[in-house]
Design a protein around this ligand. Structure first.
Ligand code: ADP
Ligand code: MG
Length: 363
């Protein structure tokens, strides 16, 4: 079922930052990831949908039904938190069956559904174990089975993988994505890990300071960020301050560049985005959008190499190439790879403080 937030605003009573005018749909069958830096309001969104918090204004609907004031228990949502809080004295089967007991599902049917749910997460053979005899990843699978077993109207996941080590996290990503698609259940997946979001979600919402900056498919978010803040947060990015010359040219601290077509007016202050993998190593700096410089850092990353390339005027760009490519003495910025985007209010402070270049953003 579709879950909708319609112009929802919320402020904590202590005056803590909250959410400002959030409109967002988690569509039927969709896995929507919400990403953003710590403290930007991700968990607050989840708590509002779950009913642990009530917004000061706006509406929350599930399947078209107004839920804004409905208590959490009556919303019928499956929720998984980072610390999965299984009942330590209950077997896995009892943990998973608990929600059915609360809902007074007859014992025979409940038993069947618990078996099915544990089977789904690959733990059918451990039904009689206690949680403490399981690994972290297995416990998180139980939490997932527990959230799915009562056939909730939607699934809410708040950083469910953050406590797991890298290998398990990768496996669980695939597992959650598989289960979500199998059930076709509307799912909100909160994470601070952009790679997790991009790899699992049908759409991703990027948040900052209690607001949503962009909601889009992973591909569009990466290829067409609407603002500097989104570009900086999603993937690696070279960001330059720019001023529009005309629809195909922009002035930057490294010179005038031919750019991809855009609709910003002449003279407007913009941000120029160049993704590291779109920069071409070349033999000579002769020609448009080409620059000489030197490699100031060389990182071997397995399948690829990431170079810091410092131009004559001191501006540093990050490029990524196939691992076999020798460190280049010159680079080309193909016009299509030079994207003009809005600097946006949220980018203003940042561009001032980082001057002309914002090197690769930490993952
Ligand atoms: P995220 O999940 O993105 O890390 P949260 O939604 O938990 O962020 O928090 C958003 C903002 O609201 C933060 O600035 C946080 O300090 C504040 N906040 C969260 N919970 C409370 C609370 N119970 N009381 C007051 N402020 C809170
Ligand atoms: Mg949180």
């Amino acid at each position: 079922m579709t879950v909708s937030l319609d112009r929802v605003s919320f402020t904590y009573s202590s005056g803590g930052a909250g959410l400002e005018d959030i409109s967002l749909d988690i569509r039927e069958g969709e896995l929507l990831a919400v990403i953003g830096p710590s403290g930007c309001g991700k968990s607050t969104i989840l708590k509002l949908i779950a009913g642990f918090l009530i917004p000061q204004s706006g509406r929350i609907t599930i399947g078209g039904e107004d839920m804004t004031q409905v208590p959490p228990r009556k919303r019928d949502l499956g929720i998984v938190f980072q610390n999965y809080a299984l009942f330590p004295h209950m077997t896995l089967a009892a943990n998973v069956g608990y929600a059915l007991k609360l809902r007074q599902v007859p014992a025979a049917e409940a038993g069947e559904r618990v078996r099915e749910a544990l089977g789904m997460v690959g733990l059918g053979h451990l039904a009689d174990r206690l949680p403490r005899s399981l690994s972290g990843g297995q416990q998180q699978r139980v939490a997932l089975a527990r959230a799915l077993v009562f056939r909730p109207r939607a699934l809410l996941l708040d950083e469910p993988l953050s406590a797991l080590d890298a290998t398990l996290r990768g496996e669980m990503r695939d597992e959650i994505a598989r289960l979500q698609r199998l059930h076709g259940i509307a799912t909100l997946h909160i994470t601070h890990d952009q790679e997790e979001a991009l790899s699992m979600a049908h759409r991703v919402a990027v948040m900052r300071d209690g607001r949503i900056l962009q909601v889009d498919t992973p591909e569009r978010l990466y290829a067409r960020p609407v603002s500097r803040a989104v570009a900086a947060f999603v993937g690696q990015a070279n960001l330059l301050d720019g001023v529009v010359i005309d629809p195909l040219n922009v002035r930057t601290p490294i010179g005038n560049l031919a750019c991809g077509a855009h609709a910003f007016p002449r003279g407007m202050a913009v941000t120029v985005l160049i993704r590291p993998e779109a920069i071409r190593p070349v033999e000579s700096a002769a020609g448009p959008n080409r620059f000489a410089g030197s490699i100031t850092r060389d990182r071997f990353l397995g399948a690829l190499r990431r170079f810091d390339f410092t131009l004559a005027n001191g501006v540093r760009l990050t490029l990524e190439t196939d691992r076999h490519v020798a460190p280049p003495g010159a680079i080309e910025l193909p016009p299509a790879a030079v994207q003009v985007i809005a600097t946006g209010q949220e980018g203003a402070g940042r561009s001032a403080e980082t001057k002309n270049v914002n090197p690769a953003v930490p993952a």
